[in-house]
Ligand binder design. Structure first.
Ligand SMILES: [Fe+2]
Length: 323
């Protein structure tokens, strides 16, 4: 595929992209697509501004999740992830394992919510676990879910344009987006902790399509650039941070690649809300023809996204469930 890329000589600065044209469907979409393409090729990460998520909403998020994490452990473990057959709920400090060591964070995972009667555990569908007496926490996060699904579709359109596909190319795969939302707390590291603790979260790539990160002002996220150096992702007020995951890598046959990243051990309490915007459960992801030719054969076999999710979660949470 003959697309020319402007290689940045300087790989030290994750770009900021104004996505107002995507929000407003403006006729400068191609320019926005080109910026996204350069960012994806050079970093796999980019900040977005003018994303239309109200500041009043963003401002309510961190206090709401702080309230939850401030609860005594005995309250938090009432929604322990082990209570859920579908990997929803609370994971205590030092229990998630990434890159050969335990992560120094606690978190709660939420997914596409269905009523108990509509549950289909084989398709990872069912209710979330919400903490009792934390009505504001639930209200704010349900609002966040709705806003992130809408924004995820806009960014997906931008990614499609960036790949010279029609703007809506991926949207039929996203109409029942099997997304996940995580709220995380990284407390200051306590050296006396006995387990093999690595980082806040160890080096990894994101398994899915794209991630939208909302975070407080503490920082600590690092990405690996093309020179194999760790680069700090600074806090830029008013922006959200986007990164591409393994599914877009497979669809584009490695034209885009998911970038390795981590969160280092924080000196202060850090709170963040990564939103993993994903395809529908039954989507089959195959390298697109336009990215394959005789010199660049498909690097991947077709992959059923839902089956892959189950495998991924089983490996991450192997103590939880037998499928
Ligand atoms: Fe990640």
């Amino acid at each position: 595929m003959a697309i020319t890329i402007k290689k940045k000589s300087n790989l030290d600065e994750i770009p900021i992209i104004d996505i107002e044209p995507l929000i407003d469907n403006a006729n400068i979409l191609k320019q926005t697509g080109k910026k996204i393409r350069d960012a994806c090729k050079n970093f796999g990460f980019f900040y977005i501004k003018n994303h239309n998520i109200p500041k009043s909403h963003i401002d309510t998020l961190i206090p709401a999740i702080q309230n939850f994490f401030n609860l005594p452990l005995e309250d938090k473990i009432k929604i322990h992830i082990n209570n859920s057959k579908i990997f929803r709920g609370y994971t205590p400090l030092g229990e998630e394992f990434t890159d050969n060591s335990y992560d120094w964070h606690e978190c709660v995972d939420f997914g596409l919510e269905t009523k108990k009667n509509d549950s289909n555990y084989r398709k990872l569908l069912g209710p979330n676990q919400w903490p009792q007496g934390q009505d504001n926490f639930r209200k704010v996060l349900e609002m966040h879910w709705d806003l992130m699904i809408k924004l995820g579709k806009k960014i997906t359109q931008g990614l499609a344009i960036s790949l010279d596909l029609s703007k809506d190319y991926f949207l039929p795969f996203m109409d029942k987006s099997h997304s996940y939302m995580r709220v995380s707390h990284y407390p200051p590291y306590n050296n006396s902790y006995k387990k093999n603790i690595g980082e806040g979260i160890g080096s990894h790539i994101d398994y899915g399509f794209l991630t939208i990160l909302t975070q407080d002002t503490i920082g600590g996220l690092q990405i690996k650039n093309q020179n194999d150096e760790w680069l700090n992702a600074p806090i830029i007020p008013g922006t959200l941070l986007i990164n591409i995951g393994h599914m877009i890598q497979r669809w584009s046959n490695n034209y885009y690649k998911a970038t390795v990243h981590r969160v280092i051990l924080p000196k202060n309490n850090r709170y963040s809300i990564p939103f993993f915007f994903e395809p529908n459960f039954d989507t089959v992801v195959s390298p697109l023809e336009k990215f394959c030719d005789k010199d660049n054969r498909p690097h991947y076999k077709p992959l059923h996204f839902g089956d892959y999710l189950i495998d991924t979660f089983k490996n991450s949470y192997s103590s939880i469930i037998d499928y």
